[in-house]
Ligand binder design. Structure first.
Ligand SMILES: [Zn+2]
Length: 324
């Protein structure tokens, strides 16, 4: 039995059930929030998140993987309050989200040479390992996966440093990895180069936001390495329209790639990057129920089988978190 850490403690990977592999409870500009508390109501937001996650659970979703890490306002104490109000398993992550430079905190705390006190281990990697093995910030909650990012700036020195630190924590703990990628500029290739150099297990990697791309040659090239493709931004139709997202999943299923895809929205209960009233204007379908209301029916209509859907929503997440 392989155990997966969730906010409420370890569960059997085989019991995760239908799992959305990239959803955020909160994405917050935490320093702004703390300094301008008049713009934030903690109880209201926690209650709202519970309502939204329970609505998701009512659709048959049993687990979400929440890749909210440093740079996205992670606060596990707040997530614990939310988890207390829902039966949904919330799986949390460690890592760092940047498209370019590392935060100044890390800029002047480098790995140092191999023969120094750190043994050449990036202090950032050491922190990730602590989150995975002893728990996060005294909450007792352990992270179950690692997260880093690369966007259209490409593999900058900061991005590469974080990616290598994530790989070191993966090597040390076996925790799987999710990478925010920008498939439009083919950044999955940069990820694979670094991960291969670090000896990462590519079957334990989600190339997040792959579903923003409709380039089947790129997507099959990535999937053929063993990685999972994150078809994980359903509802962000402004980036890639619904029809194209659906067609891409259908085409990959037809080519035998159901075992290489996971499905999600990259939605949040609350994200402070946008004024709340603006989100429904630019992304009306960007919410947790879109997959169940719109995407799965469209996939079925286009010939994707129940078995393929089960593979993408249940078996692939279970393998990522639990299977060897
Ligand atoms: Zn995300």
């Amino acid at each position: 039995m392989a155990l997966v850490e969730t906010v409420r403690g370890p569960v059997d990977a085989a019991s995760l059930g239908t799992t959305l592999m990239h959803e955020h409870v909160f994405v917050l500009s935490e320093e702004v929030r703390r300094n301008y508390p008049a713009y934030w109501d903690e109880d209201e937001r926690v209650d709202d998140a519970i309502v939204k996650l329970n609505a998701l659970a009512a659709r048959g979703c049993q687990s979400i993987a929440d890749p909210t890490v440093l740079g996205l306002g992670r606060d596990i104490g707040r997530i614990k309050r939310v988890a207390d109000g829902t039966d949904l398993n919330i799986i949390v992550a460690t890592g760092l989200y940047t498209y370019n430079e590392v935060p100044l905190y890390f800029k002047y705390r480098g790995p140092g040479p191999a023969d120094s006190a750190t043994g050449g281990l990036d202090p950032m990697a050491q922190m990730f390992i602590e989150d995975l093995t002893t728990g996060i910030a005294g909450t007792g909650v352990k992270a179950a996966f690692l997260k880093c990012a690369i966007d259209d700036q490409g593999c900058t020195p900061g991005v590469e440093r974080v990616m290598r630190a994530v790989c070191r924590a993966h090597a040390e703990t076996g925790a799987p990895i999710t990478v925010h990628t920008h498939p439009g500029t083919g950044t999955g290739r940069d990820v694979l180069r670094v991960l291969r150099e670090e000896g990462a297990d590519l079957t334990k990697v989600v190339l997040g936001h792959s579903g923003d791309s409709t380039d089947l040659d790129y997507l099959t090239e990535m999937a053929d390495t063993g990685c999972l493709l994150g078809m994980d931004r359903f509802g962000l139709d402004l980036i890639t329209p619904f029809e194209q997202r659906v067609s891409t999943v259908v085409a990959l299923c037809e080519r035998g790639y159901a075992g290489s895809m996971v499905l999600s929205h990259d939605a949040s209960c609350y994200i402070d990057w946008f004024p709340p009233e603006v989100v429904p204007l630019f992304a009306p379908a960007w919410h947790f129920e879109h997959l169940f209301d719109d995407v799965l029916p469209a996939l079925r209509e286009r010939g994707v089988t129940e078995e393929q859907i089960e593979t993408m929503l249940v078996a692939n997440p279970q393998r990522y978190f639990g299977g060897s």
